[in-house]
Design a protein. Structure first.
Length: 140
């Protein structure tokens, strides 16, 4: 039994993190950044890594997949009404990550150091803290 677009919108609105409000966007972007950049820790060290580094081990294709995942963060930033300059900076972060990440071995090590999604999250958080202060989370 198919549901109407209105019913779907109501259901999605009630689910946590599924709305278009700035707080829901912040929660989604933070969750995606954690999965892509800090989901795991290298055993015996305290160096975090995420799916960006793991998927990036697949030459070229892995870097393209993670670039599209990072582009979702930029898209969320666009939906928040961020300036073109901020969106260009975020896109450049992903571009550098993808270009250097595509180089075998060097790119894999680079993925551990250049965390484009973490950089983009910082840009989004700064925008949200300034323009939507109710979404601010005090971290301790």
């Amino acid at each position: 039994m198919p549901i109407s677009q209105e019913q779907f919108a109501r259901i999605a609105k009630d689910l946590p993190g599924m709305g278009n409000d700035p707080h829901a966007v912040r929660a989604r972007v933070e969750a995606l950044e954690k999965i892509l950049e800090r989901a795991f820790v290298i055993p015996g060290t305290k160096i975090p890594f995420g799916l960006d580094s793991v998927i990036g081990l697949v030459p070229v294709l892995g870097d393209l997949v993670t670039a599209f995942m990072g582009a979702y963060i930029v898209w969320e930033g666009r939906n928040l009404g961020m300036s073109k300059w901020q969106l260009i900076r975020m896109s450049a972060n992903i571009g550098v990550d993808t270009a250097i990440g595509a180089i075998p071995f060097v790119g894999d090590a680079f993925d551990l150091v250049w965390r484009s999604n973490s950089r983009n999250l910082r840009i989004i958080k700064k925008h949200l803290d300034k323009h939507h202060p109710a979404t601010r989370i005090i971290e301790g």
